[in-house]
Design a protein around this ligand. Structure first.
Ligand code: NDP
Length: 331
């Protein structure tokens, strides 16, 4: 039998946490043959709710779930974890300036960086979900210098999956037949959902999305804004933010990172930029990546047209500004 993997979820008593922990305990994240021990962290005001989630995990009698740690102590939560999914964060409330939210969250991520660095298992893989996700991940990286930069990522897989979903709806094809969209840059409204390399499997072979959709105005306009603004559309409809799709995307992100991407398929991940595609280096930027043996690699050599170039640059500038703002909040 496999040794259990310890998975940390911060903000585990929140909405995304509530959708995410049962998926992990069912094997959706790490595989149906991989036992897990869940570590759930939340803040003291949420301690009672967190205990309620723990009770439900017991009641669900998940065969793969070998233990649950539910705590408000960051050290206890981080000890020995192999995977850390950072969902906990201060929500943006009405009337709050961008800088106020940034300030609250980067200081949370700075302190959690030390807890992870000192207590997580070696080679722990980290996924940041809480917003501003790219910049929180960057701060975590900067304040946990002994964790390799390649182990710290942020979630843009939800945006990636939303793009696949929109193409599948538009063409009336199965979403599993659509692949290789790209989300570039920041998990914010400046993100660039790019279909220039995306394909659909059809009865007569793999075809480019652009050839099948035949509607460049839609692809360059409404498609992009729909993906960028999908989060807001869900809040409007549900009166709550997207939680099940965010949780599912977090599972997809970790599963592909650990178990590998299928041959010929790439996915989008926010990773520490080396300046590929002339993106700013030294920020967490979303790129197309393939994964093998637990490591991601940025897909190289894709052609970037002029329309795309502008969009890659715009979201890069925003990330550079966020980085500066984050540092000004911490000093
Ligand atoms: P959610 O579970 O809905 O969201 C958690 C975080 O994920 C937020 O930062 C949210 O950003 C972000 N997020 C990223 N992508 C998405 C997406 N597609 N849809 C929705 N959210 C997304 O928030 P809750 O308030 O329900 O839960 C947060 C938990 O964190 C609570 O249990 C709270 O107690 C805990 N918390 C922990 C802190 C700490 O660790 N020190 C501090 C504050 C809270 P956005 O706000 O932009 O939607």
């Amino acid at each position: 039998a496999k040794e259990p993997v310890r998975v940390l979820v911060t903000g585990a008593a929140g909405q995304i946490g509530y959708a995410l922990v049962p998926m992990i305990a069912r094997g959706v994240m790490l595989g149906a043959d991989q036992p897990v021990i869940l570590h759930m962290l939340d803040i003291p005001p949420a301690a009672e709710a967190l205990n309620g989630v723990k009770m439900e995990l017991v009641d669900a009698a998940f065969p793969l779930l070998k233990g649950v740690v539910a705590t408000t102590d960051a050290v206890e939560a981080c000890t020995g974890v192999n995977v850390a999914v950072m969902v906990g964060g201060f929500p943006r409330k009405e009337g709050m300036e961008r800088k106020d939210v940034m300030s609250k969250n980067v200081s949370i991520y700075k302190s959690q960086a030390s807890a992870l660095e000192q207590h997580a298992a070696p080679n722990c893989k980290v996924l940041v979900v809480a917003n501003p996700a790219n910049t929180n991940a960057l701060i975590l990286k900067e304040f946990a210098p002994s964790i390799p930069a390649k182990n710290i990522t942020c979630l843009t897989r939800l945006d990636h999956n939303r793009a696949l979903g929109q193409i599948s709806e538009k063409l009336n094809v199965q979403v599993s037949d659509v692949k290789n969209v790209i989300i570039w840059g920041n998990h914010s409204s400046t993100q660039y959902p790019d279909v220039n390399h995306a394909t659909v499997m059809t009865p007569s072979g793999e075809k480019p999305v652009r050839e099948l959709v035949k509607d460049d105005a839609w692809l360059n306009g409404e498609f992009i804004t729909t993906v960028q603004q999908r989060g807001a559309a869900i809040i409007k409809a549900r009166k709550l933010s997207s939680a099940l799709s965010a949780a599912s995307a977090a599972c997809d992100h970790i599963r592909d990172w650990v178990l590998g991407t299928p041959e010929g398929t790439w996915v989008s991940m926010g990773v520490y930029s080396d300046g590929s595609y002339n993106a700013p280096a030294g920020v967490i930027y979303s790129f197309p990546v393939t994964c093998k043996n637990g490591e991601w690699t940025i897909v190289q050599g894709l052609a970037i047209d002029e329309f795309s170039r502008k969009k890659l640059d715009l979201t890069g500038v925003e990330l550079t500004e966020e980085k500066e703002l984050a540092y000004s909040c911490l000093s």
